[in-house]
Design a protein around this ligand. Sequence first.
Ligand SMILES: Cc1cc2nc3c(=O)[nH]c(=O)nc-3n(C[C@H](O)[C@H](O)[C@H](O)COP(=O)(O)OP(=O)(O)OC[C@H]3O[C@@H](n4cnc5c(N)ncnc54)[C@H](O)[C@@H]3O)c2cc1C
Length: 333
Amino acid sequence: MRDLRINSDENTTLEPVNGYGMDKRQRDELSRLGVEAVRFDCSMAQYTTFRVGGPAESLYDAKDTENLRRVIAFLNREEIPYLVVGRGSNLLVKDEGLEGVVILLRGTLAGIAQEKTDTSVSSLRPHDMTVEAGAGLPIVDLLIHCRDSGYGGLEFLAGIPGTVGGAVAMNAGAFGKEIGDQVKEINMITAGGDVVTRNRSQLKFSYRALHIEKKSVIIGACLKVDTGDVKTVANKIAGYLKRRKESQPIEYLSGGSVFKNPPNDYAGRLIEHAGLKGKKIGGAMVSEKHANYIVNTGDATAKDILELLSLTQEKVRNETGIKLEPEIKIVGR
Ligand SMILES: Cc1cc2nc3c(=O)[nH]c(=O)nc-3n(C[C@H](O)[C@H](O)[C@H](O)COP(=O)(O)OP(=O)(O)OC[C@H]3O[C@@H](n4cnc5c(N)ncnc54)[C@H](O)[C@@H]3O)c2cc1C
């Protein structure tokens, strides 16, 4: 475990003493570039839906593109690791915490959706409408905006507790649909700190993944919507939420589906068949309601969840020969 010592001159600063992590110069420069929006040694538990995880060495609340651009260029120049976190709803942070910088998208980067019509086409059809959203915007806020404006096409995302950026990065999907099919273009910042736009034909989505340049941060997305009416959109959203409530343990803390579905099968079916429903390690439990969910029953640690995840993989592999691949992102030391 990382050894942190409180600097006697400035008791808010934690100095790494084991030869990893940022040095004082890097911390100072990060604070300067981050314009007072940088904090050090912050628990990640409150930034993930599992509500577990050790401290991030640093947390940066990015509020505008220009600032974020400079910080990303700096982090790459200095080879400091970083991770952009949306709602942490697909994330398991280990108990030992995270080295480097966790980037949270706020302010204009989490801006409310704006709609525009594609003026490059002469006769407007319903799908020529798009909604533009900052990557840090919670999906729920995007859907409220769409519902109130009568924009359809994204209702299947209802109940996914992530952000627009996280959903695009993960190609989030439900009920046979994926967000990738709705993406017209994205704006992102590359590792070099350049702001670029990638249109649909330049983007490769696959099952729960978007393949973009390494270390890029998505800052916004333009999503195709249909013009509909408020009532129809509201009813569809309510319908999807009802289906979720019936089949998923949303009353518990979790990270959503733990494993990807293997080809032509369901991870949940395989886990249930292995007799693991209700299996507990510490405060982590395989959900009784949906076997592909590991839930935090209250006092789980990341270690409990990881042990249960490994046990599940092992049992399913022994029984079926199938190695389940985690859908959740496991990060940290
Ligand atoms: C109760 C529950 C139900 C769920 N149901 C579903 C479901 O039906 N379908 C589904 O697909 N998922 C589901 N999930 C999982 C999760 O909500 C989605 O994957 C969601 O899209 C993740 O968004 P996030 O903002 O929380 O991303 P995070 O968990 O914060 O991050 C996930 C990954 O995306 C990366 N990332 C996040 N933002 C950006 C960005 N701006 N630029 C680049 N990379 C970024 C992160 O670095 C990380 O690797 C569920 C989760 C829960 C807890």
